[in-house]
Write a protein that binds this ligand. Structure first.
Ligand SMILES: Cc1ncc(COP(=O)(O)O)c(C=O)c1O
Length: 416
């Protein structure tokens, strides 16, 4: 009896409710060996104000606490449902678009699109970039050995449509044009619809590819109006699943012409699609637990009101954050005409007592996780508004920032 009680206590500290399986084996030994790796006192969630990985709800996390075989009828149904829900969330018709999940983080989906949409010879890619993630699009092509031109814009500004137009005028050699929707390194939201229209006006046969990793599900985007052929995102961004796979939303008539293009087996988006269509199964070990969690995440997304509901919460998070940080004198990296609400970059304050590592560590001790900057031109840190975060979480973060500043002898409001 006493053993059962102690198993129950220990199991609960790991979030395990059903202790029956544990009682049939040497449970204390197992739990105690796990304890070495996962100190129960540290089991509470940190608040992740980052670009990812992001926080997820307790119900999303608990949805994956079961095993399911990859050929299980339930799992096969789950794959079909998830694919069809993703097309719905994208706001497009399943007769025109398909959703293809790809094992791995977001970059795997990016690589799979480049692998699959560029022919083995004659492909030429054009990337418009204004930050680290845009640069990565160019890098992927370079590493693949695909000819690529990268047109750079300042990190603190939008991709400029006039320049896009002038580059594409009279230049019809590109087979694919790529860009990032929300450049998560700074928080800039790029004008995808404007770029897409210019691309298709000058290069009607080319593919238009959008990395919407940190915006899909939270920033409305009309894929048809923007003439998008491929869009990628990841489950652990605004749809708030646990990390483990990413996905491409692909225009069917484009994807169907891509057989045999990929130089990679695992990243072949066409073969992944084809196999899913024929068998409803992944080609290689599927992320079963992540998919169970994602199905729950989609349900919670729908309950919150879809893209509209999610964007409203993130906007509110961001509004509270910006007001509170402004009051403390922190200066945003972007000018006020930028209305992104995914992530906000802040310049390091000029106060001689400010040291980012200390600032970060002191917040981390209070379970508040922010992120270093990723812009090249300025010393910045970033605070995200996305994931399982609510206005009261942001208010608490602001209070922690105030306390940390006091502890670091940083005078508030900061004077620049
Ligand atoms: C716009 C964008 N592209 C690509 C990535 C890379 O995704 P991952 O780290 O999941 O591979 C990220 C990650 O935050 C991102 O924000």
């Amino acid at each position: 009896m006493a053993l059962r009680m102690s198993i129950r206590k220990l199991a609960h500290s790991y979030g395990i409710r059903d202790i029956r399986p544990l009682c049939s084996v040497n449970a204390t030994e197992i739990l105690q060996s796990r304890q070495i790796f996962l100190s129960p006192r540290k089991m509470s969630d940190k608040k992740l104000f980052t670009p990812g990985p992001l926080g997820t709800s307790p119900t999303v996390k608990s949805a994956m606490l079961r095993d399911l075989g990859s050929r299980d009828v339930e799992f096969i149904k789950l794959i079909k449902t998830i694919r069809s829900k993703l097309v719905q969330i994208a706001g497009v018709s399943d007769s025109t678009f398909t959703a293809v999940p790809m094992q791995g983080s977001g970059t795997f989906a990016i690589e799979s699109v480049f692998q699959t949409a560029t022919k083995r010879s004659g492909a030429k890619v054009l990337v418009f970039e204004n930050g680290a993630y845009g640069k990565r699009l160019g890098k992927v092509c370079e590493v693949m050995g695909v000819e690529v031109d990268v047109i750079s814009f300042p990190e603190n500004d939008y991709i400029d449509l006039k320049k896009v137009e002038s580059i594409l005028q009279g230049n019809n050699s590109y087979t694919l044009v790529a860009m990032v929707h929300c450049e998560t390194s700074s928080g800039v939201i790029n004008p995808v619809e404007g770029v897409g229209k210019i691309v298709k006006q000058h290069l009607p046969d080319s593919d238009f590819f959008v990395d919407a990793m940190s915006s899909f599900g939270a920033i409305p985007l009309d894929l048809e109006a923007a003439k998008v052929d491929y869009l990628v995102s990841s489950v652990n961004k605004c749809l708030e699943g646990v990390p483990g796979f990413s996905y491409a939303i692909a225009r069917l008539n484009k994807l169907l012409g891509c057989k045999g293009n990929s130089r990679s087996i695992s990243l072949d988006l066409f073969e992944q699609y084809d196999n899913l269509e024929k068998t409803n199964q992944f080609r290689f070990t599927p992320p079963t637990h992540t998919m169970l969690a994602f199905a729950q995440a989609i349900q919670e997304f729908e309950t919150e009101g879809g893209v509209e509901g999610r964007s409203a919460r993130y906007r509110e998070n961001c509004t509270i954050l910006k007001a509170g940080m402004k009051e403390m004198g922190f200066k945003e990296f972007l000018s006020p005409n930028h209305e992104g609400y995914i992530i906000t970059s802040y310049c390091f304050p000029q106060d001689k007592n400010f040291n980012f590592n200390n600032f970060y560590m002191k917040l981390n001790e209070r379970d508040q996780v922010i992120y270093p900057g990723k812009v090249l031109d300025a010393d910045c840190f970033r605070i995200g508004s996305i994931g399982y975060l609510f206005p009261n979480d942001v208010r608490h973060l602001l209070k922690c920032i105030k306390d940390v500043c006091k502890e670091m002898n940083i005078t508030l409001p900061i004077k620049e």
